[in-house]
Ligand binder design. Structure first.
Ligand SMILES: Nc1ncnc2c1ncn2[C@@H]1O[C@H](COP(=O)(O)OP(=O)(O)OP(=O)(O)O)[C@@H](O)[C@H]1O
Ligand SMILES: [Mg+2]
Length: 369
């Protein structure tokens, strides 16, 4: 029987590279997006207000990473421009968002209760005026601000700060997961926001292979992963369009290979890892779903292999929403690669589709709570 690799034998040269919050040194195939971001930010380096931007694309297409890399650069080269990135899933209100900004500027968090939003906002504005700074706020996962309708208030406060506090310069980078449904802003806000739109398309197969190959070279010892196994991993990643799946697959496949005391990763290690790694995509996709989309997904999880007509009846009973909306949501879940919805050509409406879940119903339902 083969021994487990002993503790000092490992396939990982640098395991940190396979963590999802690692900021990659080589950020491949995103030159255009980085250039657009820099174009928007440049005025801020000299003390002017930055142009606002909107980074938009499917999950795992490098939006957060692009902004973090640009922010690293700003911190190295500018003392005028202060970049702050706030995760809106964790901080979904204007109070919590401005508390984060306050903390970054002033060095400690404002009291969790007691201070009003107005007070914190005014402290932030005063600070940047007095110190002659420019504030650049990246609202990551901004989708979450639409649920409670906080988004208009937040953008409005940031973008019209100079009216209440002359000299207060604040710019915004909005980061939005593309859900196929337009996110509408109040026209009043739209007219001051006017963002440059920066699109993050889904990576092609070749790009995915390239990025994963680069990670492999830096993170594993030589000859751990041959080209044909890398192709398999890239194929699995491409099927879900989310780079996180590929990075997680590299890590889990290597751990599987270590478990069987092998010095390189085989196809069987990848296959054994895939069921777990693809759940990474499920978790990230489900984060971005709205209430009615979750309702529909729950119905699909509870009714395996239903056709779209039956599903619509159930959906309508639960939500009173009409067929057009139902159809849009069904297409959206399909474009998210959470379900397959194939036309059968049969059915009362002549366009009935069999709807199947691409994941275990239990795994989906665990994430719906
Ligand atoms: N071009 C790239 N080169 C190297 N690594 C990349 C690249 N694009 C993305 N990654 C890696 O893929 C993972 C996901 O990227 P990121 O978090 O930036 O995606 P995102 O677009 O913000 O997704 P979401 O909408 O779900 O927040 C990260 O671990 C990141 O390091
Ligand atoms: Mg992100």
């Amino acid at each position: 029987m083969k021994e487990l690799l002993s503790w000092d034998q490992t396939l990982f040269k640098d395991s940190e590279l396979f963590e999802l919050d690692h900021i990659p040194e080589h950020f491949l195939h995103r030159e255009t997006q980085m250039r657009s971001l820099m174009y928007c930010i440049r005025p801020g380096l000299g003390g002017g207000r930055t142009l606002n931007s909107l980074c938009i694309g499917a999950p795992g297409t490098g939006k957060t990473t692009a902004v973090l890399k640009v922010f690293e650069d700003i911190e190295k080269h500018s003392t005028k421009l202060i970049p702050v990135i706030v995760n809106c899933q964790i901080n979904p209100t204007r109070y919590t968002i401005f508390s984060q900004i306050f903390k970054k500027l002033i060095g400690y968090a404002p009291p969790p209760s007691g201070a009003s939003f107005k007070k914190i906002f005014s402290e932030v504005a005063k600070y940047i005026v007095e110190h002659e700074k420019v504030l650049l706020v990246a609202l990551d996962d901004m989708n979450y601000l639409f649920y409670e309708n906080e988004v208009n208030e937040i953008l409005y406060s940031l973008l019209r700060a100079h009216e209440t506090h002359p000299g207060a310069r604040m710019g915004v980078i909005a980061i939005l997961s593309d859900t196929g449904v337009p996110h509408m802003l109040d026209p009043k806000v739209e007219s001051v926001f006017l963002p440059e739109e920066i699109k993050f398309p889904v990576y092609s197969f070749d790009e995915i292979r390239d990025i994963l190959s680069n990670r492999t070279k830096l993170g594993f010892y030589p000859n751990v992963l041959d080209d044909s196994v890398l192709e398999t991993i890239a194929n699995h990643t491409c099927a879900l369009g989310d780079l996180r799946v590929g990075i997680d697959l590299l890590k889990r496949s290597a751990l599987n290979a270590e478990k069987r005391a092998s010095k390189n990763i085989g196809h069987e290690d990848v296959e054994a890892a895939y069921e777990r790694s693809r759940l990474v995509h499920l978790s990230y996709m489900m984060r971005a779903l709205k209430k009615e989309e979750k309702t529909l997904l729950a119905l699909i999880a509870d009714s395996p292999n239903s056709n779209s007509g039956e599903l619509y009846e159930m959906f309508h009973k639960k939500t009173t929403l009409g067929y057009t909306r139902f159809y849009e949501l069904l297409n959206k879940l399909s474009s998210f690669k959470l379900i397959d919805a194939d036309f059968t050509g049969k059915g009362a409406r002549g366009r009935s589709r069999i709807v199947t879940l691409k994941f275990e119903p239990g795994e989906v339902k665990n994430r719906l709570i």
